[in-house]
Design a protein around this ligand. Sequence first.
Ligand code: B1M
Length: 215
Amino acid sequence: LSLAERLASYVVEGTKEGLLEDLQQALEEYPSPLAIINGPLMDGMAEVGRLFNDNQLIVAEVLQSAEVMKTSVSFLEPFMEKSVESSSKGKVILATVKGDVHDIGKNLVDIILSNNGYDVVDLGIKVAPADLIEAVRREKPDVVGLSGLLVKSAQQMVLTAQDLREAGIDLPILVGGAALSRKFTTNKIAPEYNGLVVYAKDAMDGLSLANRVLN
Ligand code: B1M
């Protein structure tokens, strides 16, 4: 197998044997750590999603794939580019919405924003609107970032936007995750909110949108 195929297969098989050695080699061959994640590792994840959908994988196996992804991201993180900002570019609260446990994408957004001058407060997964509102009042962020991968999470984002509006919050909201699209964001979430709602297709897009919105 080629290096790319091996990297994808660790994710698909949910095995870590040989993973770190191949990641080390990939660091030499790929233009950046993020290119390793967005390329072969995400290809593996897409295949996991397909197999899971076809009932060829069970949740326990998908969890092992998620572990491989998390180990890989932790291994690669120290090699990612970090900007040396003298002051913070802004504060971002991140959360995976109520009812949703998927956090690999959110954690990637956390790393990319933190490495690029933002203060990030990560509220974790299954964050109910009331907890988000409390955290916004406590932390006084400049942006609220919401992640969701389930179809029902897209609907949950609409409810969360309504609750934020009712709480008088109108900070920019950055939304992302496989459950969403720009169209959904514009047609369903934005009309329910008083502030700006922007959709990021991936973590780097999230960074450039945060930069555009705040700086
Ligand atoms: Co789940 N799962 N899962 N799962 N899982 C999906 C999402 C699914 C599409 C798989 C499938 O059926 N094909 C499907 C959803 C179907 C639907 O709603 N239409 C699904 C399902 C059904 C479920 C369960 C219901 C299964 C069950 O229990 N029967 C269950 C849900 C539990 C719950 O949430 N209540 C479940 C559980 C799990 C695991 C726990 C086993 C595990 C998650 C582990 C974890 O996250 N800690 C898991 C996984 C791994 C997946 C797949 C295979 C991979 C997701 C992933 O990590 N991708 C997924 C299929 C797929 O997406 N191919 C699937 C890699 C990650 C880097 O990408 O999160 O999209 P992603 O993030 C991207 C962008 O979206 C963006 O940036 C990242 C890239 O740079 N982004 C943002 C994300 N958030 C952002 C926020 C931003 C900006 C950008 O700003 C704030």
